[in-house]
Design a protein around this ligand. Structure first.
Ligand SMILES: CC(C)=CCC[C@@H](C)[C@H]1CC[C@H]2C3=C(CC[C@]12C)[C@@]1(C)CC[C@H](O)C[C@@H]1CC3
Ligand SMILES: C[S@@+](CC[C@H](N)C(=O)[O-])C[C@H]1O[C@@H](n2cnc3c(N)ncnc32)[C@H](O)[C@@H]1O
Length: 374
């Protein structure tokens, strides 16, 4: 590791301790939010939003691409508590079947990826951009494999380790700090690699996929749910660009790439692409983005009402009012309202992108590193 990376990691680790405090992993949601160090929270929000000034010209985009590591680290420092409060411990979308509850649908989406990657008992697997480890816990239970979760965010790693231990899965799971733009594992380490709605934070998909290719064993498989703009997206159309910008800003993504960029990136790395399928491109009776719409007719079971309320338009308004009051009286740290406003943009952009099919969060690619390649 070069000295610049060592220095950045040390700084991020120290900052995380200052912001989230000791025993941060034991708290979540609103309880974690009110326990934050107030001035560190302000700094984290500033670092996340400082390059989101409404500009979408090339210079603005280049600045965001350059800053991907720090801004994404800051984004997850300030949104993780909200994600856990509103969504749970798997930070991704999924398809919904009629009659299936939210948690079951989320888990099925994870099982499907594990199945498509061909993960077997005893495999050594890399989870690229592992969040707080929800999918890794589920996939380890489902397949009895061993998973290393890679993450750039110190706070999430601490939570993932804590929750793995609570679940009794510490012998199957490990979580490490790292950047998927520069993987530090030996070449040919992993039987399988998967990434769930994480590599869209990469400033360059080809470079990120190349790193994944490098650490896979020959014959090893990479399976990914990628966030991309679909073939329908036209960058020169201001309405399309606005939807894309809302997704970028509210989800901490330096630049959303098109599906063709992802395809080309995989092929150029030397992968043999086995599956190339947009799982959102169908007529599902319950759309993947429904929790963010506030459309009650899609709620499938009584157990989903709490989640649906928190994610729906009115639930978000209620949360935003509550956070605003807490910030005013000094219980919640300053900057929290800016975070809820950014998450609102995310919700609006994601629903608009989903309805118009300009965007998909579940572009499934399954790709193999050829057996004869080093
Ligand atoms: C950012 C990436 C690449 C993936 C995350 C996908 C989803 C899990 C999130 C995208 C937008 C998020 C929002 C929330 C939860 C997690 C997401 C759906 C909230 C519902 C959390 C509670 C807040 O009050 C409102 C948020 C809106 C956006
Ligand atoms: C939307 S979350 C998805 C998390 C997880 N895959 C899940 O489904 O729960 C994206 C994740 O990617 C991680 N991430 C973003 N940029 C990264 C980078 N450069 N290197 C490693 N992890 C990164 C974030 O910290 C976060 O954990």
């Amino acid at each position: 590791m070069d000295s610049e990376t060592t220095e950045l990691r040390q700084r991020q680790a120290n900052f995380s301790k200052e912001l989230h405090g000791d025993h941060a992993a034991e708290r979540s949601g609103m309880s974690a939010l009110i326990s934050k160090n107030k001035s560190a929270q302000q700094e984290a929000v500033k670092k996340y939003l400082r390059l989101w000034d409404g500009n979408v010209d090339k210079d603005a985009e280049d600045r965001r691409l350059e800053d991907y590591n720090e801004s994404t680290h800051s984004y997850y420092n300030v949104v993780t508590d909200f994600y856990e409060y509103g969504w749970g411990s798997s930070f991704h979308f999924c398809r919904f079947y009629k009659g299936e509850n939210f948690q079951a649908a989320v888990a099925r989406h994870e099982h499907y990826l594990a199945h498509m990657a061909g993960i077997q008992e005893g495999d050594l697997v890399l989870d690229v951009g592992c969040g707080v480890g929800g999918p890794a816990r589920e996939i380890a239970r489902f397949t009895n494999c061993n998973i290393i979760g890679l993450n750039n965010n110190d706070y999430q790693i601490e939570k993932a380790k804590y929750q793995a231990k609570q679940a009794g899965l510490q012998d199957h799971l490990d979580f490490v700090k790292g950047d998927f733009m520069n993987l530090e594992f030996d070449e040919g380490t992993f039987d399988k690699v998967y990434a769930i709605e994480a590599t869209c934070h990469a400033p360059n998909l080809a470079k990120c996929y190349k790193e994944i290719y490098k650490v896979l064993k020959p014959g090893g498989v990479f399976a990914v749910y990628e966030w991309v703009m679909t073939d329908k997206y036209d960058e020169t159309n201001p309405e399309h660009r606005q939807i894309c910008y809302e997704i970028e800003l509210g989800d901490g993504i330096p630049k959303m790439f098109s599906v063709d960029v992802a395809r080309e990136a995989l092929a150029n790395c030397g992968f043999e692409v086995l599956v190339d399928h947009d799982l959102a491109d169908n007529n599902d009776p319950v759309p993947w983005y429904y929790p963010l719409t506030g459309e009650w007719q899609y709620v499938q079971t009584l157990s989903d009402i709490g989640t649906f309320f928190r994610t729906s338009y009115f639930g978000r308004k209620f949360t935003n009012l509550m956070v605003s009051a807490m910030e005013k009286v000094g219980i919640a740290p300053e900057g929290s309202v800016k975070v809820t406003a950014a998450l609102e943009e995310a919700a609006v952009g994601l629903v608009a992108g989903g309805r118009s099919k300009l965007f998909t969060p579940m572009m499934l690619f399954v790709a193999r590193k050829p057996l004869d390649k080093k």
